[in-house]
Design a protein around this ligand. Structure first.
Ligand code: NAP
Length: 293
């Protein structure tokens, strides 16, 4: 049976480290890491995410502030708010919760965030630094995947990593992180997507398979090589009449069949999911430390 990579446990380890380092930073420099959330509109999922992130800030000993703006907020008002947080010395990270209402240009908003406060790692300047292998604020979910691999004893060094999915928030950045000639990376990386006529041709060759497609249980055990390490990023709702709320969450990988061939595998939920907030906390601490230097 495959090793289950426990994302909750690893995320808590990271949160404990961040909390400890935050205490030290406060003692040494008097700086309290500060994170500003901007939430535009009433999207229920976004509200839940921002609340969870706010609670994590409390646990870390961070200062946090949530700016809630109505759905019909003019784009310029949002840009002004970002400028305000860009200039605020007690704010080290700015997170604009996505998605934004349709009338707001997302790229324009994200590009206005000062790169040194871009704790989501989505600013093109930080993306560029990531690609050329410079130290930067890495996007949280991809950075969390790298931590999961390292901390579960599955260093990607020299392995063939196959990433399925090429989004700007998961697929492309995780591929770029893992191919760097750096500790905890140095993998040979292939990125597959819907342009691949035969997905199995690629998945079968993976020593490490990272599934980030958003398609329920598409990757099955027979598409994988014996002893593969599987990181399942997908979160998909499927009907489940036996569940109280009528649905359950599954990944992009068919867990039951994949876990029979895999050496190690992340569950959904409880795998990649908890890592994202942990890495956001880590990025905010990093941004606060950089402001001190
Ligand atoms: P996305 O923007 O929809 O991108 C999906 C990618 O998968 C695309 O590149 C698409 O290819 C590719 N793809 C889709 N179906 C495919 C198939 N049958 N064969 C091969 N490639 C296929 O999704 P995302 O934002 O990256 O998110 C992916 C999943 O991860 C979602 O379930 C999301 O909820 C989850 N997620 C979880 C976390 C977390 O746990 N913290 C964070 C972020 C995302 P094309 O480019 O060719 O269309």
């Amino acid at each position: 049976m495959a090793q289950i990579i426990d994302g909750k446990k690893i995320a808590q380890e990271i949160r404990n480290e961040v909390r400890g380092e935050t205490t030290l930073l406060k003692e040494m420099s008097g700086i309290t890491p500060g994170l500003a959330f901007i939430l535009v509109g009433e999207n229920p999922a976004s509200q839940v995410y921002v609340n969870m992130k706010g609670k994590a800030c409390e646990e870390m000993g961070f200062y946090s502030i949530t700016e809630r703006m109505p759905e019909n907020t003019p784009e310029q008002a949002l840009l002004n708010k970002i400028q305000e947080f860009n200039a605020a010395s007690n704010i080290h990270g700015i997170l604009v919760q996505l998605p934004l209402p349709k009338h707001i240009n997302e790229a324009k908003v994200l590009e206005l965030i000062r790169p040194s406060k871009d704790v989501d790692g989505f600013h093109p300047y930080n993306v560029g630094k990531l690609v050329v292998g410079e130290d930067t604020l890495k996007p949280c979910t991809p950075a969390g995947i790298q931590e999961l691999l390292i901390r579960s004893g599955n260093d990607p060094k020299g392995k063939h990593v196959v990433v399925v999915g090429r989004s700007n928030i998961v697929g492309k950045p995780v591929a770029n992180i893992l191919l760097q000639k750096q500790a905890g990376a140095n993998a040979v990386v292939t990125v597959a997507h819907t342009g691949a006529a035969d997905l199995t041709r690629y998945t079968k060759t993976a020593d490490v398979l990272i599934a980030a497609m958003g398609k329920a249980e598409v990757i099955t055990g027979d598409m994988l090589k014996e002893s593969v390490v599987v990181i399942d990023v997908g979160v998909n709702r499927v009907d489940d009449p036996s569940a109280k709320n009528g649905y359950k969450l599954v990944g992009d990988v068919h867990f039951e069949s994949a876990s029979k061939v895999a050496k190690a595998i992340t569950p959904v939920p409880g795998g990649v999911g908890p890592m994202t907030i942990a890495m956001l906390m880590k990025n905010t601490l990093k941004a606060a430390k950089s402001s001190f230097r």
